[in-house]
Design a protein around this ligand. Structure first.
Ligand SMILES: *[C@@H]1O[C@H](CO)[C@@H](O)[C@H](O)[C@H]1NC(C)=O
Ligand SMILES: *[C@@H]1O[C@H](CO)[C@@H](O)[C@H](O)[C@H]1NC(C)=O
Ligand SMILES: *[C@@H]1O[C@H](CO)[C@@H](O)[C@H](O)[C@H]1NC(C)=O
Ligand SMILES: *[C@@H]1O[C@H](CO)[C@@H](O)[C@H](O)[C@H]1NC(C)=O
Ligand SMILES: *[C@@H]1O[C@H](CO)[C@@H](O)[C@H](O)[C@H]1NC(C)=O
Ligand SMILES: *[C@@H]1O[C@H](CO)[C@@H](O)[C@H](O)[C@H]1NC(C)=O
Length: 660
C-alpha cells in the first residue's frame, strides 16, 4: 500500500467512525439493536486500515461497543489469546523434532512468544490507562511495541531456516492467525492520531513539535534541574564490581546480574573492570535499568564463539543478549564473537531492549555482528566491525558518530554494512547512521578490489535505512545498495542518503530502484534521534553525549566543503583541499599517539574522531573542531609555524608531525 492510499483511507475512516459515533449519540434512547448495528459498523471501520480485514472483523465480532479504543483493545486481546494457543500447541511439534537444529528453533520460539505477548500486554495497558498526555509519545510507544511483537514471531520462524522443513511449516501454520492479528493491531494503533483529531480522546494533547520545546539547549528536558544534570553526567558509583583478577565482588558478569532486583527502578550499575570475559551474558527480560560500565572498548571485552554453523539459530549465537524489557545502557565495553568468517552467522551483541543506549562500545565480529533485534536503541561513538549484514535486525536504531569498519570476508563473499528487516510498513523501525564513518579494516583495505562492499540490503519487504552526514570511503560500490535476492523488495524498501561525504558518497551510479529516496533536509530531520526516537525523553537521562538534531547545521549547504573531509591516511591529497589555503581532514585522534600513525598501523580503536582544519592564510595554522560539534570551532591546539613545504600527494607525510 502506498503512502497516498493510506492517507486517503485514514480520512475516510475518520469520517466513518465519526459518523458512527454521532449516530449512536442520537439514538441514545436505548434500542440495543441499533447499538449492535452501530457496533458492527464501528468494527468494519476500525478494521479498514488492516491487511487482514476478515480476521479483524471476526476477532472483534463479540465486542459490543463503538468506542475505537475499546475495539483496538479487543483486537490486542484476541492476538494475545492466539499466541497463547501457539505456545500451548507447540508441544505437538516438539514430538516431531528429531534434529538438534529444530530443537534449538523450538526453544527460541517458546521464549520469543513470551516476549511477543509481553509487548502486546504493554500496548494494551497503555490503551487501558488514562495517564498519558502526549500523543506523539503515546502512538510511538504503541507502534514500537506492536512492531516488537511482530518481530518476535517472525524471529521464531527465521529459526527454522536450516532446520526440519516439516516442523518449520507446522510452526508457520500455528503462527498464521496470531501474525495476522498482531499485524492488524499495529495498523489499528497507527491511525490513532487520525481518530483523536476528531474524536477528542480525553487526556491527550497533540504534541507535534512538542518534543523540541521541552528541550533546553543542552539536550536535557527543561524540567531536569541543573543539579540533576550534573549528576547524570558523572560516573555513578557502581552497585557491583566485576573483576577478572578477583578484586571485585564477582569474577563473572552473569553472577553480578543475579544481584539486580526484580522490577528494578533506578540505575543498577555493574562496573566491569578491564579483562577478557569469556561468557555468554543474558540480561533477562525482567532486569530493568541495568548499566554496564567497562574500562574501555578494547580493555573490557566480553567474548564468545557460538555460531550458526555449529547448530544454533542466529538468534541464539549472541555472546551478549540484552533481553531486558526496557532501559539498558553500556559504556566503554567491547562485545565480541570470535567465531570468524568461516562460521557464518555469529552475533556478538543482540539488543531487543526498548530505550537501550550504547556509548563508546565496540562490537566485534564478522557475519551478523550486531543484531539490533527490536525496539528503540541509540548508539553513540561506537565501532562496529564485520563482513556480511553486520548491523541487522528490526530495531529502531540511531547510530551517531559511530564507525562501521568492514573486514575481509571469505573468498566468495561480499560485505554488506546493514540489513534492516522491517516487515510492516507501519512499523516505526529503521536504521539511521548519522555522522558516521564507513571504512575498511587493515585486513580489508589492501584487498578491497577483490571484495565488494554495499551500504545495505533489504532483509524484509519494507527495510528502512537512512545514511546521513556520514563519511563513506572508497570501499563502497558505486551502486551503493544490493538486492536481497534478484530484485526482491526493491520497490517497497526505503533507503536514503543525505549530506554524506567522501569518495564512496557519489550518487551518480547508485541503483535506480523505486524504493531509493531523494530526501530533503526537512525529511532528514525526521530521522534525527530527537524526532525518530523521541530521544529527548530518554537519551539525555543516560548522560551520554547526544545530538538531538542534525549534527552539523550547515551540512546541507556545505556539502562541497565536506567532500574534502576524509579519513586520515597519513598523506594529504588534492581532494583534501577545500579552497586555496584551506585544508580539511577528518581523522582519528587518540589519547596516546599522534594521528594518523595509529590508523596506518591499524589501531582503529582510537578513542575519538575529529575534524582538523589547516588554514594556511595566517597563524594559528591548525585548529581542531571538537568531536560532535564540528562547527563550533575550538582551538584545542594551534600551530604557530606554517607547515612547509606543504605536501600534495607527495612523500611528505603529515604523520611525522605531532599535532597534540
Ligand atoms: C450492548 O451494550 C449495551 C450497553 O452498553 C447494552 O444495553 C446492550 O444490551 C448490549 N447488547 C448486547 C447484544 O450485548
Ligand atoms: C493454554 O494452556 C493453559 C494451561 O494448560 C490454559 O490455562 C490456557 O487456557 C491455554 N490457553 C489457550 C489460549 O488455549
Ligand atoms: C483496565 O483499566 C481498568 C480501570 O483502570 C481496570 O479496572 C482494569 O483491570 C484494566 N484491565 C486490564 C485487563 O488490565
Ligand atoms: C542456511 O544454509 C545456507 C546454505 O548452507 C546458508 O547459506 C545460510 O547462511 C544458512 N542460514 C542460517 C540462518 O544458518
Ligand atoms: C495466513 O494464511 C493465509 C492463507 O494461506 C495467507 O493468505 C496469509 O498471508 C497468511 N498470513 C500470514 C501472516 O502469513
Ligand atoms: C583562514 O585564515 C584567514 C586569515 O586569518 C581568515 O580570514 C579566514 O576566515 C580563515 N578561514 C577559515 C575557514 O577558518
Amino acid at each position: 500500500m502506498g503512502k497516498a492510499i493510506i492517507g486517503v483511507c485514514a480520512v475516510i475512516l475518520v469520517a466513518m467512525v465519526v459518523a458512527v459515533a454521532v449516530g449512536v449519540t442520537r439514538s441514545r434512547s436505548g434500542r440495543s439493536e441499533g447499538e449492535l448495528e452501530a457496533s458492527k459498523k464501528a468494527v468494519k471501520t476500525i478494521c479498514q486500515p488492516t491487511h487482514y480485514k476478515e480476521e479483524c472483523e471476526k476477532s472483534l465480532a463479540g465486542s459490543n461497543t463503538t468506542d475505537p479504543k475499546e475495539l483496538i483493545k479487543a483486537g490486542l486481546e484476541a492476538a494475545i489469546r492466539e499466541i497463547e494457543k501457539v505456545v500451548n500447541n507447540s508441544d505437538t511439534i516438539q514430538d516431531a523434532a528429531k534434529d538438534q537444529r529444530t530443537r534449538y528453533a523450538l526453544e527460541d520460539c517458546k521464549e520469543l512468544m513470551g516476549y511477543s505477548i509481553n509487548d502486546l500486554k504493554k500496548s494494551f495497558n497503555q490503551l487501558n490507562s488514562s495517564g498519558v498526555s502526549r500523543l506523539d509519545v503515546y502512538v510511538e510507544n504503541l507502534r514500537i511495541w506492536m512492531g516488537g511483537s511482530i518481530t518476535f514471531q517472525q524471529t521464531c520462524l527465521y529459526g527454522f531456516e536450516n532446520a526440519s522443513t516439516v516442523a518449520g511449516e507446522k510452526m508457520k501454520k500455528l503462527l498464521n492467525t496470531s501474525q495476522m492479528l498482531t499485524s492488524n493491531g499495529l495498523n489499528m494503533v497507527s491511525i490513532i492520531p487520525e481518530l483523536i483529531r476528531d474524536l477528542n480522546f480525553p487526556g491527550l494533547t497533540r504534541a507535534g513539535g512538542g518534543t523540541r520545546k521541552l528541550l533546553a539547549k543542552d539536550g536535557f528536558p527543561s524540567w531536569v534541574s541543573f543539579r540533576q544534570r550534573m549528576l547524570l553526567q558523572q560516573n555513578p558509583t557502581p552497585n557491583v564490581v566485576v573483576a577478572k583478577d578477583g578484586s571485585g565482588k564477582y569474577t563473572s558478569i552473569n553472577q553480578a546480574l543475579k544481584d539486580v532486583p526484580i522490577n528494578n527502578a533506578s540505575p543498577f550499575v555493574i562496573y566491569i573492570k578491564a579483562g577478557v570475559y569469556n561468557e555468554r551474558v543474558y540480561v533477562n527480560n525482567n532486569m530493568f535499568n541495568v548499566v554496564f560500565i567497562g574500562d574501555g572498548p578494547t580493555k573490557t571485552v566480553i567474548t564468545g564463539n557460538v555460531n550458526s554453523v555449529d547448530g544454533p539459530t542466529t538468534y541464539n549465537t549472541a555472546t551478549v543478549s540484552i533481553h531486558a524489557d526496557h532501559n539498558f545502557m553500556a559504556k566503554n565495553i567491547g562485545f565480541q564473537n570470535s567465531a570468524g568468517a568461516i562460521k557464518h552467522q555469529a552475533v556478538a551483541l543482540l539488543v531487543q531492549c526498548d530505550q537501550a543506549v550504547f556509548y563508546n562500545c565496540q562490537m566485534d565480529g564478522y557475519q551478523d555482528t550486531l543484531y539490533s533485534h527490536s525496539h528503540r536503541q541509540f548508539y553513540r561513538d561506537c565501532t562496529i566491525l564485520g563482513t556480511i549484514d553486520f548491523i541487522f535486525g528490526n530495531g529502531a536504531a540511531v547510530f551517531q558518530n559511530c564507525k562501521m569498519i568492514v573486514r575481509k570476508p571469505l573468498d566468495n563473499q561480499q560485505c554488506i554494512v546493514t540489513a534492516q528487516g522491517r516487515k510492516e510498513q507501519m512499523d516505526a523501525s529503521g536504521f539511521v547512521l548519522q555522522n558516521c564513518i564507513i571504512s575498511g579494516a587493515p585486513d580489508y583495505l589492501p584487498v578491497k578490489g577483490r571484495f565488494k562492499t554495499y551500504l545495505g540490503r533489504p532483509w524484509e519487504q519494507f527495510s528502512r535505512t537512512i545514511i546521513m552526514q556520514s563519511q563513506l570511503d572508497d570501499i563502497i560500490m558505486p551502486e551503493g545498495w544490493m538486492p536481497w535476492n534478484i530484485n526482491m523488495y526493491i520497490d517497497t524498501l526505503w533507503y536514503a542518503e543525505f549530506g554524506n561525504r567522501g569518495p564512496g558518497a557519489g550518487q551518480t551510479n547508485r541503483v535506480k530502484w523505486k524504493g531509493i529516496q531523494k530526501i530533503t533536509a526537512a525529511q532528514a530531520q525526521q530521522f534525527t534521534p530527537g524526532v525518530f526516537l523521541i530521544g529527548g525523553d530518554w537519551i539525555p537521562k543516560s548522560g551520554v553525549p547526544y545530538t538531538a538534531g542534525m549534527t552539523n547545521e550547515n551540512n546541507g549547504r556545505k556539502t562541497t566543503k565536506n567532500k574534502c573531509a576524509r579519513l586520515g591516511s597519513g598523506r594529504l591529497h588534492e581532494t583534501d583541499r577545500c579552497k586555496e589555503n584551506i585544508w580539511k581532514i577528518y581523522c582519528l585522534l587518540d589519547t596516546y599517539g599522534s594521528f594518523p600513525s595509529d590508523i596506518a598501523k591499524g589501531r582503529i580503536e582510537s578513542e575519538q574522531a575529529r575534524f582538523f582544519v589547516l588554514n594556511l592564510s595566517s597563524p594559528p595554522y591548525l585548529s581542531t573542531w571538537k568531536q560532535g560539534s564540528p562547527w563550533n570551532m575550538v582551538l584545542d591546539s594551534a600551530i604557530q609555524a606554517r607547515p612547509t613545504p606543504f605536501p600534495v600527494g607527495g612523500s611528505n607525510n603529515i604523520e611525522s608531525r605531532r599535532w597534540s
